[in-house]
Design a protein around this ligand. Sequence first.
Ligand SMILES: Nc1nc2c(c(=O)[nH]1)N[C@H]1C(S)=C(S)[C@@H](COP(=O)(O)O)O[C@H]1N2
Ligand SMILES: [Mo]
Length: 252
Amino acid sequence: MMIARRKLVGSLGVAAGGLLLSGCDRVAGTPAFRSFVEGTDGLTIDFTRLVSKRDALAREYTLTDLSPVFRANGTRVPAAPEYQSLMANKFADFRLRIDGLVRQPLSLSLAQLRSLPVRTQITRHDCVEGWSAIGQWTGTPLSGLMKQAGLMPSARFIVFHCADDYGASKYYESIDLIDAFHPQTILAWGLNGQRLPIQNGAPLRLRVERQLGYKHAKYVMRIEAVASLAQIGAGKGGYWEDSNDYAWYAGI
Ligand SMILES: Nc1nc2c(c(=O)[nH]1)N[C@H]1C(S)=C(S)[C@@H](COP(=O)(O)O)O[C@H]1N2
Ligand SMILES: [Mo]
């Protein structure tokens, strides 16, 4: 088994060597990449490691590094009536919807989400406005949810629809499949060993640790798999991207 696997990875190395030249974005769009990302055979990580460093881990810290206070930024309490009534009932009626280009749309309660594999990580959050904070996040890897929903071959981006209003629209963000399947990309319900505070995105917020703060969607209500970002907002993939020309890929 070990030998067979090593052989397989070795031959992938040859294939990936050629793909490297064509650039990360094009690789991500190839059927070969997509079938690996979708696969449950455990080869996904090996493969992406060969084609790019996008799956490198963000630095993780220890409990002694935690910031005394993890500050909040942007929305601190969504005013939308839908959110207000969920909040009044302590999110007992909250359901995360996962839909779009998936074989099996999902609707999951917090209890169901918490029964999934758990990951805890201590990372540094960097806001584009010039502050950072180290916090301990607990949640479930997005990759597991994507596998459960079953991405269709045409899916290329994952969109996060949030509860909070920003003028005429709600906050939204998006990531590609490399980040969606990154091991540190989680949907978090815990911060510093406590339930995620409202101001930090309760009941559920995205952590996408290789990118800047504005990508980390708070108050996530719905996750949509799409083939293109053209139909989302003004087409640049996120609230700040569309309104203020922020970079869509905000790598740290
Ligand atoms: N839904 C939603 N997500 C959001 C924001 C927001 O206002 N609404 N602000 C973003 C910005 S700019 C940052 S820095 C972080 C702040 O997260 P925090 O409030 O937990 O510090 O959330 C990001 N995600
Ligand atoms: Mo930010």
